[in-house]
Write a protein that binds this ligand. Structure first.
Ligand SMILES: Nc1ncnc2c1ncn2[C@@H]1O[C@H](COP(=O)(O)OP(=O)(O)OP(=O)(O)O)[C@@H](O)[C@H]1O
Ligand SMILES: [Mg+2]
Length: 222
Protein backbone atom coordinates (compact mmCIF):
# COMPACT_ATOMS: atom_id res chain seq x y z
CA UNK A 1 0.00 0.00 0.00
CA UNK A 2 2.66 2.45 1.12
CA UNK A 3 6.18 1.85 -0.05
CA UNK A 4 9.24 3.98 0.58
CA UNK A 5 12.17 3.05 -1.66
CA UNK A 6 15.65 4.16 -0.64
CA UNK A 7 14.45 7.54 0.58
CA UNK A 8 16.97 10.24 1.47
CA UNK A 9 15.99 13.71 2.67
CA UNK A 10 18.94 15.63 4.06
CA UNK A 11 18.86 18.93 5.92
CA UNK A 12 22.09 20.91 6.12
CA UNK A 13 22.08 23.45 8.91
CA UNK A 14 25.16 25.10 10.43
CA UNK A 15 27.46 22.49 8.91
CA UNK A 16 25.46 19.66 10.44
CA UNK A 17 23.74 17.07 8.28
CA UNK A 18 20.47 15.60 9.54
CA UNK A 19 17.36 14.04 8.06
CA UNK A 20 16.68 10.51 6.82
CA UNK A 21 19.06 8.41 4.75
CA UNK A 22 18.38 5.41 2.51
CA UNK A 23 15.15 4.34 4.22
CA UNK A 24 13.11 1.57 2.56
CA UNK A 25 9.96 0.21 4.10
CA UNK A 26 6.64 -1.30 3.13
CA UNK A 27 3.30 -1.06 4.90
CA UNK A 28 0.59 -3.33 3.50
CA UNK A 29 -3.10 -2.42 3.30
CA UNK A 30 -4.93 -2.59 6.66
CA UNK A 31 -1.67 -2.57 8.62
CA UNK A 32 -1.16 -0.54 11.77
CA UNK A 33 2.52 0.39 11.52
CA UNK A 34 4.56 2.41 14.02
CA UNK A 35 7.69 4.44 13.36
CA UNK A 36 9.63 4.37 16.61
CA UNK A 37 12.92 5.97 17.60
CA UNK A 38 14.37 8.68 19.80
CA UNK A 39 13.82 12.40 19.37
CA UNK A 40 15.53 13.63 16.21
CA UNK A 41 15.72 10.17 14.62
CA UNK A 42 13.65 11.21 11.59
CA UNK A 43 10.09 10.06 12.35
CA UNK A 44 8.35 13.33 11.44
CA UNK A 45 10.57 13.76 8.38
CA UNK A 46 9.46 10.33 7.09
CA UNK A 47 5.79 11.00 7.85
CA UNK A 48 5.96 14.25 5.90
CA UNK A 49 7.47 12.41 2.94
CA UNK A 50 4.86 9.63 3.14
CA UNK A 51 2.15 12.31 3.44
CA UNK A 52 3.36 14.12 0.31
CA UNK A 53 3.99 17.27 2.35
CA UNK A 54 7.67 17.11 1.40
CA UNK A 55 9.71 15.53 -1.42
CA UNK A 56 12.72 13.24 -1.08
CA UNK A 57 16.16 14.20 -2.43
CA UNK A 58 16.56 10.61 -3.54
CA UNK A 59 14.29 7.60 -3.69
CA UNK A 60 10.62 7.13 -4.29
CA UNK A 61 7.33 7.13 -2.41
CA UNK A 62 4.74 4.71 -3.82
CA UNK A 63 1.09 4.69 -2.84
CA UNK A 64 -1.22 1.92 -3.96
CA UNK A 65 1.28 0.84 -6.62
CA UNK A 66 1.76 4.33 -8.06
CA UNK A 67 4.93 6.40 -7.80
CA UNK A 68 3.70 9.63 -6.19
CA UNK A 69 6.76 11.48 -4.91
CA UNK A 70 7.60 13.08 -8.25
CA UNK A 71 4.07 14.08 -9.25
CA UNK A 72 3.46 17.81 -9.76
CA UNK A 73 2.12 19.65 -6.71
CA UNK A 74 -1.54 19.90 -7.85
CA UNK A 75 -1.69 16.10 -8.20
CA UNK A 76 0.00 15.63 -4.81
CA UNK A 77 -2.46 18.07 -3.28
CA UNK A 78 -5.38 16.11 -4.74
CA UNK A 79 -4.00 12.86 -3.31
CA UNK A 80 -3.55 14.47 0.12
CA UNK A 81 -7.15 15.64 0.10
CA UNK A 82 -8.78 12.43 -1.16
CA UNK A 83 -6.51 9.54 -0.20
CA UNK A 84 -4.62 10.64 2.92
CA UNK A 85 -5.66 11.54 6.46
CA UNK A 86 -3.54 13.37 9.02
CA UNK A 87 -3.62 13.36 12.83
CA UNK A 88 -1.25 15.80 14.51
CA UNK A 89 0.27 15.83 17.97
CA UNK A 90 -1.74 18.88 19.08
CA UNK A 91 -4.74 17.60 17.03
CA UNK A 92 -4.99 20.97 15.17
CA UNK A 93 -8.76 21.14 15.47
CA UNK A 94 -10.19 24.53 14.50
CA UNK A 95 -11.13 26.07 17.88
CA UNK A 96 -14.17 28.07 16.73
CA UNK A 97 -15.78 25.10 14.97
CA UNK A 98 -17.70 22.27 16.61
CA UNK A 99 -16.50 18.66 16.43
CA UNK A 100 -19.00 18.07 13.62
CA UNK A 101 -17.88 21.15 11.67
CA UNK A 102 -14.22 20.14 12.11
CA UNK A 103 -14.92 16.68 10.72
CA UNK A 104 -16.91 18.20 7.83
CA UNK A 105 -13.99 20.41 6.73
CA UNK A 106 -12.01 17.95 4.57
CA UNK A 107 -15.24 16.74 2.96
CA UNK A 108 -16.31 20.28 2.06
CA UNK A 109 -12.81 20.96 0.70
CA UNK A 110 -13.39 17.96 -1.56
CA UNK A 111 -16.51 19.67 -2.83
CA UNK A 112 -19.13 17.50 -1.13
CA UNK A 113 -22.52 19.12 -0.57
CA UNK A 114 -23.13 20.28 2.98
CA UNK A 115 -25.80 17.66 3.76
CA UNK A 116 -23.61 14.79 2.58
CA UNK A 117 -20.57 16.19 4.43
CA UNK A 118 -22.67 16.47 7.60
CA UNK A 119 -23.90 12.90 7.26
CA UNK A 120 -20.44 11.42 6.70
CA UNK A 121 -18.77 13.53 9.39
CA UNK A 122 -21.51 12.55 11.84
CA UNK A 123 -20.98 8.86 10.99
CA UNK A 124 -17.21 9.20 11.56
CA UNK A 125 -17.75 10.89 14.94
CA UNK A 126 -20.27 8.23 15.86
CA UNK A 127 -17.71 5.55 14.97
CA UNK A 128 -15.13 7.02 17.39
CA UNK A 129 -17.73 7.28 20.16
CA UNK A 130 -18.43 11.02 20.01
CA UNK A 131 -22.06 11.03 18.86
CA UNK A 132 -23.00 12.90 22.05
CA UNK A 133 -20.34 15.61 21.48
CA UNK A 134 -21.10 16.70 17.91
CA UNK A 135 -21.81 20.31 18.83
CA UNK A 136 -18.99 20.81 21.33
CA UNK A 137 -16.04 22.96 20.32
CA UNK A 138 -12.51 21.58 20.92
CA UNK A 139 -12.14 23.66 24.10
CA UNK A 140 -15.23 21.93 25.50
CA UNK A 141 -13.80 18.44 24.87
CA UNK A 142 -11.35 16.46 27.00
CA UNK A 143 -7.90 15.68 25.55
CA UNK A 144 -8.95 12.12 24.69
CA UNK A 145 -12.13 13.38 23.04
CA UNK A 146 -10.16 15.93 20.99
CA UNK A 147 -7.90 13.10 19.88
CA UNK A 148 -10.90 11.05 18.76
CA UNK A 149 -12.41 14.07 16.99
CA UNK A 150 -9.11 14.48 15.11
CA UNK A 151 -9.25 10.81 14.11
CA UNK A 152 -12.85 11.22 12.94
CA UNK A 153 -11.81 14.23 10.83
CA UNK A 154 -8.94 12.25 9.28
CA UNK A 155 -11.22 9.30 8.65
CA UNK A 156 -14.34 11.04 7.32
CA UNK A 157 -13.11 11.13 3.68
CA UNK A 158 -12.35 7.35 3.95
CA UNK A 159 -8.62 7.72 3.18
CA UNK A 160 -6.35 4.87 2.09
CA UNK A 161 -3.65 5.90 4.51
CA UNK A 162 -3.73 7.81 7.81
CA UNK A 163 -0.52 9.40 9.10
CA UNK A 164 -0.37 10.24 12.78
CA UNK A 165 2.53 12.11 14.38
CA UNK A 166 2.84 11.43 18.13
CA UNK A 167 -0.96 11.24 18.55
CA UNK A 168 -0.64 10.45 22.27
CA UNK A 169 2.15 12.87 23.15
CA UNK A 170 -0.13 15.51 24.64
CA UNK A 171 -2.13 12.98 26.67
CA UNK A 172 -1.22 10.73 29.57
CA UNK A 173 -0.16 7.12 29.07
CA UNK A 174 -3.63 5.71 29.63
CA UNK A 175 -4.64 6.95 26.15
CA UNK A 176 -2.10 5.02 24.04
CA UNK A 177 -3.71 1.58 24.29
CA UNK A 178 -7.33 2.59 23.54
CA UNK A 179 -6.21 4.79 20.63
CA UNK A 180 -4.31 1.90 19.05
CA UNK A 181 -7.24 -0.46 19.66
CA UNK A 182 -9.53 1.97 17.83
CA UNK A 183 -7.11 2.31 14.90
CA UNK A 184 -6.68 -1.49 14.71
CA UNK A 185 -10.48 -1.89 14.54
CA UNK A 186 -10.69 0.71 11.79
CA UNK A 187 -7.86 -0.98 9.90
CA UNK A 188 -9.71 -4.31 10.08
CA UNK A 189 -13.13 -2.85 9.20
CA UNK A 190 -12.18 -0.60 6.31
CA UNK A 191 -8.72 -1.74 5.24
CA UNK A 192 -7.36 1.67 6.20
CA UNK A 193 -3.58 1.68 6.59
CA UNK A 194 -2.04 3.57 9.51
CA UNK A 195 1.49 4.89 9.95
CA UNK A 196 2.02 6.30 13.44
CA UNK A 197 5.16 8.01 14.74
CA UNK A 198 5.52 7.43 18.45
CA UNK A 199 7.85 6.57 21.27
CA UNK A 200 4.97 5.61 23.57
CA UNK A 201 5.52 1.97 24.70
CA UNK A 202 1.73 1.38 24.82
CA UNK A 203 1.50 2.42 21.16
CA UNK A 204 4.52 0.38 20.05
CA UNK A 205 3.25 -2.72 21.90
CA UNK A 206 0.03 -2.80 19.84
CA UNK A 207 1.55 -2.18 16.40
CA UNK A 208 1.27 -4.79 13.66
CA UNK A 209 4.70 -3.67 12.40
CA UNK A 210 7.36 -1.59 14.10
CA UNK A 211 10.05 0.29 12.16
CA UNK A 212 12.80 1.65 14.38
CA UNK A 213 14.87 4.65 13.37
CA UNK A 214 18.11 5.97 14.80
CA UNK A 215 19.98 8.97 13.40
CA UNK A 216 17.85 8.98 10.26
CA UNK A 217 18.44 5.33 9.41
CA UNK A 218 16.21 2.30 9.74
CA UNK A 219 17.84 0.09 12.38
CA UNK A 220 15.07 -2.46 12.84
CA UNK A 221 12.28 -3.53 10.51
CA UNK A 222 10.02 -6.60 10.39
N1 LIG B 1 13.40 21.85 8.36
C1 LIG B 1 14.51 21.38 8.93
N2 LIG B 1 15.70 22.01 8.78
C2 LIG B 1 16.84 21.51 9.32
N3 LIG B 1 16.89 20.36 10.05
C3 LIG B 1 15.74 19.70 10.24
C4 LIG B 1 14.49 20.17 9.70
N4 LIG B 1 13.52 19.29 10.06
C5 LIG B 1 14.12 18.33 10.79
N5 LIG B 1 15.46 18.56 10.89
C6 LIG B 1 16.43 17.70 11.58
O1 LIG B 1 16.26 16.37 11.10
C7 LIG B 1 16.37 15.42 12.16
C8 LIG B 1 15.11 14.57 12.23
O2 LIG B 1 14.03 15.39 12.67
P1 LIG B 1 12.56 14.83 12.88
O3 LIG B 1 11.68 15.98 13.20
O4 LIG B 1 12.19 14.00 11.72
O5 LIG B 1 12.76 13.90 14.17
P2 LIG B 1 11.69 13.10 15.05
O6 LIG B 1 12.12 11.67 15.07
O7 LIG B 1 10.32 13.39 14.55
O8 LIG B 1 11.89 13.70 16.51
P3 LIG B 1 10.82 13.97 17.70
O9 LIG B 1 10.60 12.64 18.38
O10 LIG B 1 11.54 14.92 18.60
O11 LIG B 1 9.59 14.55 17.10
C9 LIG B 1 16.64 16.23 13.42
O12 LIG B 1 18.04 16.22 13.66
C10 LIG B 1 16.16 17.63 13.06
O13 LIG B 1 16.90 18.61 13.76
MG1 LIG C 1 8.68 14.34 15.37
Amino acid sequence: MLELRAITRAYELGGERAGVFGVSLEVPRGCLAVLAGPSGSGKTTLLQLAGLLDSPDEGEVRLDGQSVSSLPEPARCGLRLRRLGFVFQAFNLVPVLTALENAMLPLQLQGLAEGEARRRAGAALDRVGLSDRLHHRPGQLSGGQQQRAAIARALAPDPLLVLADEPTASLDHAHGGPLMDLMAELAAERGTTFLVASHDPAVIARAHRVFRLADGRLVEAP
